[in-house]
Design a protein around this ligand. Structure first.
Ligand code: 5GP
Length: 253
């Protein structure tokens, strides 16, 4: 049997050539990294959870008309996606002050923002994904003005969709990062949502207790990352809840 071709290995995923031209198999690893890979660990089960969660979010977004690269989940750790040219930007949408923005602007973490704020970072691990402005993006030709308009409206639609979904299960969507891909249909090109959507790239806080249910659990050593992601998956109905009234075996004398 021919070995499939690895196209790229990132911090949390491996991309392989797909079975048809224009497709890619995206494999979710258990590796967790933070602070630009200065902190690293292998968290058993994380890849399986992120594969399922990303499938769930991407399928929902496809259903409401947000174009994504997602085609179908193949197995526990892999999904088939449409090949695309990644726009070299990380698009961050924020609803509540936290993380690097709270630090940068001296804001109290947890402060609701007056409206969703969209930020752009240049995708370059060596540089630590620096924040850039639309001036940089236009001047260096990373995306056109039309692309930026499309990226903004796509990001805000994703934000509305995810915020509502999370609100329904008692979770605040604080912020998240997405990546955008470019696909060509004949002479035309359009932008689609690419990469993954999972608790690895979001901040999720329980509405009642404020408990963190995202990668900050790993970044800040707050407990079990898989317990947090499992909680999110169970609340969303992506994974079954464990029976709380399981009958204990009786000792027979
Ligand atoms: P911050 O800029 O506050 O560190 O991150 C903002 C949001 O984007 C957080 O939800 C964070 O998880 C996500 N994010 C920022 N950079 C990255 C990245 O390089 N990888 C992933 N997976 N998420 C990121």
């Amino acid at each position: 049997m021919a070995r499939r071709k690895k196209i790229y290995e990132g911090k949390a995923k491996i991309l392989y050539e797909g079975p048809e031209p224009g497709t890619i198999v995206q494999y979710f690893k258990d590796d967790a990294t933070a602070f630009n890979a200065q902190k690293k660990d292998v968290i058993e089960g994380k890849g399986v959870l992120n594969n399922r969660l990303s499938e769930f979010f991407m399928t929902g977004l496809n259903t409401i008309g947000v174009p994504t690269h997602f085609i179908k989940r193949l197995n526990m750790r892999e999904q088939l996606v449409r090949a695309c040219e990644i726009v070299p930007l990380e698009v961050i949408v924020r609803n509540i002050a936290a993380g690097s923005m709270a630090k940068r602007l001296g804001l109290e973490e947890g402060m609701p923002l007056p409206r969703p704020i969209v930020e752009y970072c240049y995708k370059d691990d060596k540089l630590g994904d620096p924040l850039v402005t639309e001036e940089h993006i236009a001047a260096f030709g990373w995306a056109s003005q039309q692309d930026m308009d499309d990226i903004l409206s796509l990001s805000l639609r994703v934000n509305d969709y995810l915020s509502g979904l999370m609100y329904g299960v008692g979770i605040k969507l604080v912020d998240f990062k997405i990546e955008i891909g470019r696909v060509y249909d004949g002479d035309y090109q359009r932008l689609i949502l690419a990469d993954e959507i999972s608790p690895d790239s979001m901040r999720l806080w329980d509405m009642e207790t404020g408990q963190k249910l995202d990668k900050d659990v790993f970044r800040r050593d707050l407990g079990s990352l898989t317990d947090a992601y499992t909680e999110v998956a169970q609340r969303l109905g992506v994974m079954p809840k464990q029976a709380t009234h399981a009958v204990k075996p009786k000792l027979i004398n």
